[in-house]
Write a protein that binds this ligand. Sequence first.
Ligand code: NAD
Ligand code: UGA
Length: 332
Amino acid sequence: MPQHEQHPTTAVPRRAVVTGSAGFIGSHLAHALVQAGTTVIGVDRRDPSSDATAAANLGALRGLPGYHHVTADLLNCAIDPLLIEADAVFHLAGIPGVRPSWGAQFSDYLASNVLATHRVLEACIRIGVPRLVVASSSSVYGPTDDGASGESDRLRPASPYAVTKLAEEQLCLAYAARPSGPGVVALRYFTVYGPRQRPDMFTHRTLQAALTGQPLRLYGDGHQRRDFTYIDDVIAATIAAAAVPTAHGAINVGGGSNASLLEVINIATSLIGRDIQIQQDHARTGDVLLTRADPSRAREVLGWQPRVNLPNGLRAHMQALAAQLPNYNRAA
Ligand code: NAD
Ligand code: UGA
């Protein structure tokens, strides 16, 4: 985390399950929980012995006594044994990414985001897990006007991915209303960035273009705006969501760094000290022009607010990416 940006400490679960732990956000969450004293069972279908991204993401967790990794697909593995004595399940496993969700891949989105979530929920009920924190998405809002999106606003998902995330979130909230259902907090994450961000995402690609001199493909005119939310802030909100005494449904996790893609490119340009080559491409269907979180509920319920501003977050992200690029040479 950039210096001077510490979050207040919150109570952590004694034992927790993190699904999607070999992924970008899941690996950061598992690490933060273990550092705070939680015993973590991490589950992911990507096998770190054969998948380089999973291995890199799990690198910092390897050998930590509080972390136990299970390579398994939630669509068919035995989930119950993983949940025994868990105080909380953080369900982050899923297929992310807005643009590839059109066409043939939709069945994978449906399977991992909805059907696997259903299996997790049934297992939570059988084992009696008290709290489920699930990764929802800002994409459930769909097109918005210039105002900030509040949790009770109308939801108009504009891509197949967003439809599955809304289904996932609502399925979890429906289970929460069942007798012996877990208390559910659905966190609507807004465009998360920082070290180990997925390589398909804009921030990663912009910083990679800045570091390597390779061109950046820009979809649309670059005036699209996002609430870019730094990974450490997202982790702080996620851990806080397991600790609140009553579950409160959906909560936005975003705010504080609303910027256009062109503004991100400008910050990256000034960090690297030279221009980024841009290849203009057409705007992608389902890509909204604006996301902007109303952060009031997160502040009230989780006591959370984002701490890392975009220039500081991008600097930390760029440093991590530079260390990761095999032949990065500052003078190149
Ligand atoms: P990621 O792809 O890096 O991580 C997701 C992980 O889930 C992967 O490692 C994948 O192997 C695993 N997974 C998928 N299906 C599985 C299955 N059936 N069984 C077991 N493991 C499975 O993605 P991420 O960016 O870390 O996103 C994590 C979660 O947060 C996702 O649910 C995503 O929809 C949500 N989200 C992400 C963002 C963002 O900006 N990154 C924003 C909003 C919501
Ligand atoms: C991101 C994540 O990828 C989703 O998993 C997540 O659910 C979503 O945030 C969310 O907030 O819920 P997105 O905002 O589309 O989705 O983030 P990026 O994939 O980084 O794209 C941001 C913008 O950059 C889009 O307008 C996209 O078209 C553009 N882009 C992306 C480019 O111009 N070039 C690229 O190479 C990649």
